[in-house]
Design a protein around this ligand. Structure first.
Ligand code: LMR
Length: 313
């Protein structure tokens, strides 16, 4: 993409893997990496830039010296924050990561106030809320990455169970990116065939539970961090949809203003992504059971938002 700039704030595993994917594919002309660890971010910028040269990509990768280097960004991705450790839920990161989010979003506000912002930090929905309230940006401008990741995890577990249809599985997960997320089996298909036609109730329940615990499973195995390949790839799809004005429909974490009967809360729903960020929110028909699971998931996000409101806003 000619003259498109992506800045990534927080260059840990997800941020650096994302930069690597975007640079090698030549999705944008410029990538700026920003992190408080000066030597690490310089090393990442050099290494990824050299990789882009090996890939004969035109993307130039640089480490930011200060916030000014975010100027003229089309997209800013925020992955800054600490990851959870085994035994923790994403929600345990709330106060630490909210403080980090508040400080990094100030730079975005000052230097890149026209950029579309993709939030990846956890607890995801509460961090999107923090970014929105701190920046005062419009709700189409800030969007959280989680639904693509959770849906990809569901597809993985469906494939594991059915044993066929690799690359032909579409899954749908809604609600907050937390323990109460809502995988939707009747919106999940193998080459267009609903999984409810292929699998038993017990098998589907197993897939749903595994999907909800997909992040935790990796946290437990890694011991010192959380997943990054799938989160980075999911984020790269969102970056591409925005830069190329693709109008793709993805499940993302967004601010609701009346949709699904909710206002002033952030949660995961299907949206259209284009150059204006969140260009449309789709309201799926949910049956009674799904609606009550969705309500429960939104309630969990609301509990976090209530803490944020009391401490920060
Ligand atoms: C994930 O789902 O992989 C991320 O939200 C990281 C985590 O803590 O599980």
């Amino acid at each position: 993409m000619v003259n498109k700039k992506v800045s990534i704030i927080g260059v840990g595993n997800v941020g650096s893997t994302l930069a690597y994917a975007l640079a090698n594919k030549g999705i944008c002309s410029s990538i700026v990496l920003k992190d408080i660890r000066e030597n690490i971010v310089q090393a990442m910028a050099l290494d990824i830039s050299q990789s882009a040269n090996a890939a004969k990509s035109h993307t130039v990768v640089k480490a930011a010296k200060d916030g000014k280097d975010l100027e003229n960004s089309d997209v800013v991705v925020i992955t800054a924050g600490i990851p959870r450790k085994p035994g923790m839920s994403r929600d345990d990161l709330l106060l630490t990561n909210a403080k980090i989010m508040q400080s990094v979003i100030e730079d975005v506000k000052t230097y890149a106030s026209n950029a579309i912002v993709i939030v990846v930090s956890n607890p995801l929905d509460a961090m999107v809320y923090t970014a929105l309230k701190t920046s005062g940006f419009s709700s189409n401008q800030i969007v959280g990455m989680a639904g693509i990741l959770d849906s990809a995890r569901m597809s993985h577990f469906i494939l594991e169970k059915v044993g066929f249809g690799a690359g032909q599985i579409e899954s749908s997960v809604m609600g907050g990116h937390g323990d109460d997320m809502v995988p939707l089996p009747n919106y999940s298909t193998v080459a267009g065939v609903a999984i409810t036609e292929i699998l038993s109730k017990e098998e589907i329940t197993e897939i749903v539970e595994k999907t909800k615990n997909g992040g935790l499973q990796i946290v437990k195995l890694l011991e010192t961090g959380s997943a990054y390949y799938a989160p980075a790839h999911a984020t790269s799809l969102m970056v591409e949809a925005i830069l190329n004005n693709q109008k793709k429909i993805y499940p993302c974490s967004v601010y609701l203003n009346g949709e699904y009967g909710y206002k002033d809360i952030v949660t995961g729903v299907p949206v259209m992504l284009g150059s204006k960020g969140v260009e449309k929110i789709f309201e799926l028909e949910l049956n009674e059971m799904q609606k009550s699971l969705f309500d429960n998931s939104v309630k969990s996000v609301q509990t976090l938002v209530d803490v944020l409101e009391e401490k920060f806003f």
